[in-house]
Design a protein around this ligand. Structure first.
Ligand code: SF4
Length: 182
């Protein structure tokens, strides 16, 4: 019996969050193609480390990956400072818009994001923004809650020896992570 496979463009925030997400999508009959665009990761060496980890992991697991290696720090921070109170929503849209655009341009009917696996992200906002973008670009958004797989994904990332970042990404989240410890 032939199983129908649907291609999906998957925005990936980092390698650890991609593990369970990709397995889950494949189990549902999707064929994921990764897409990395995350100018929210600060400082630059942290950005590089997460990107390099993903590139290596994708090569090891035969995951096709498109990397948009643009690091518009000034643009990202200007926008975030203007929307400090809801900077995460600004951040989601900044990262997901290029994914939706790429998906539409390359003929995908659906796009998604590994951010939906994280219990630290605002799921409602992600769903709303993803679906708005999907509507704008005439495609669909994979908006399932993937959080039940978070722990398993992190465990497998540790077993694989992947780099696991200690904070979300932006300098604000880095400050919040370490200032609390003081
Ligand atoms: S905390 Fe995370 S999601 Fe929120 S603005 Fe910073 S990097 Fe983006």
């Amino acid at each position: 019996m032939t199983v129908a496979v649907q291609k999906i463009l998957l925005h990936i925030c980092c390698a650890p969050c991609s593990i369970y997400t990709i397995d889950h999508l494949r189990s549902e009959g999707f064929e994921p193609h990764g897409f990395f665009y995350n100018p929210n990761i600060h400082p630059y060496q942290e950005y590089r480390r997460r990107l390099d980890t993903l590139v290596e992991h994708a090569a090891n697991t035969n995951l096709p990956l498109t990397v948009r290696d643009e690091y518009d720090l000034e643009g990202y921070l200007t926008g975030a400072v203007q929307r400090l109170e809801d900077r995460c929503q600004y951040c989601y849209e900044t990262r997901l818009r290029p994914a939706a655009q790429e998906a539409a341009e390359k003929g995908y009917e659906i796009f998604g994001t590994t951010l939906l696996i994280s219990p630290y992200q605002d799921q409602e906002a992600l769903r709303r923004i993803g679906n708005q973008l999907a509507q704008e670009y005439g495609i669909a958004f994979y908006d399932q809650d993937l959080r039940p797989g978070f722990r398993e994904g992190q465990k497998r990332a540790r077993e694989l020896g992947l780099y696991l970042q200690p904070y979300c990404g932006c300098i604000f989240s880095e400050r919040d992570r370490y200032a609390k410890k003081g």
